[in-house]
Design a protein around this ligand. Sequence first.
Ligand SMILES: *Cc1c(COP(=O)(O)O)cnc(C)c1O
Length: 408
Amino acid sequence: MDWDKDARTHTRGTTRALATEAVHAGRDDLARQGLHAPPIDLSTTYPSYDSRGEAARIDSFAATGAEPDGPPVYGRLGNPTVARFETALARLEGTETAVAFASGMAALSAVLLVRGSMGLRHVVAVRPLYGCSDHLLTAGLLGSEVTWTDPAGVADALRPDTGLVLVESPANPTLAEVDLRAVAHACGSVPLLVDNTFATPVLQRPAAHGARLVLHSATKYLGGHGDVLAGVVACDEEFAGRLRQIRFATGGVLHPLAGYLLLRGLSTLPVRVRAASANAAELARRLAADPRVARVHYPRIGGAMVSFEVHGDPHEVIGGVRLVTPAVSLGSVDTLIQHPASISHRIVDADDRRDAGVSDRLLRLSVGLEDVDDLWADLDGALGERTGAPEGGRTGGTADRPEAPARN
Ligand SMILES: *Cc1c(COP(=O)(O)O)cnc(C)c1O
């Protein structure tokens, strides 16, 4: 797979490969300033002797949500270090702009608030979604009302007050994939939001398939080192203006230090995703050939996430790892494993969870950059005795494990 070559971005009449943008976007002005590393601006406020000019800038922000020209005004309106990350991510996703938030959930909340404030409270969504996204919609915490459907049912689920269609692909935690182009077509004029956290722009750029909004939990691959909590929405300038106004009024801003770390994270994103995906594909292959494993989920587009169902007790696997860290979250340089029914998707009603294909025996592995043989040795030990294979309990027929990873 030659991802970088496919994903070229267009800048000032020239096209650049994704790998080039990853290390240069958001940094275009640095050399002229005599800098190499981007500066971190921790100011919460900015002095101005021209209060008439400042009033005009605030008026213009209130009207359009466009980033104020000239010096920044106040940290909740915008921050130059965070803006570098926003510029870079927009470049990678191929959108006009991007708006960063304190977390992925703050980003999703802002999108719902934008649409809800326009009287468009109805959301059409496809399960599975990240557990807390599911919860936010199901519980109607922000006044939204959700209709759950499968991708083929999106067009029929739309109503006059539908403000958003929401999908994840590959989805958390089953890695189920959605045909983004088909869903975007079914949405008509209703904005499609694709949560691209698992794929990253290295593997998939949903805006090119018709998504108006591309959301990331930047906490995961974009940061990439398990030390930043952040969210971002890549979109057109018009929607971004409304998102900035909501961010200003509700306060879910990203800290500048986090903005700095995310910009740094983006510079290694293509390399990390490519290396971790190679490890993940190999682990998916070995798991699929293992009699202790009932089913392996690995996406067609690849990626560094692998989910698998065990014949035995998944809690024993979690308790048995030594090199792999048993922890929720994903997308870090090291490998993490968790049991979605207990942790990431615990907040989803058990029946809804199972209907969405999240088996109680499913484990979700976020594969990192360790040596693949070391990872396999650890998983092999954690999976327990090979004699614990399903033969004992089976009543005949064929084994339900596939020869190759299930492509879903
Ligand atoms: C983690 C995650 C979120 C939520 O992001 P936070 O940064 O934890 O708020 C949303 N969507 C997906 C797919 C996730 O994995």
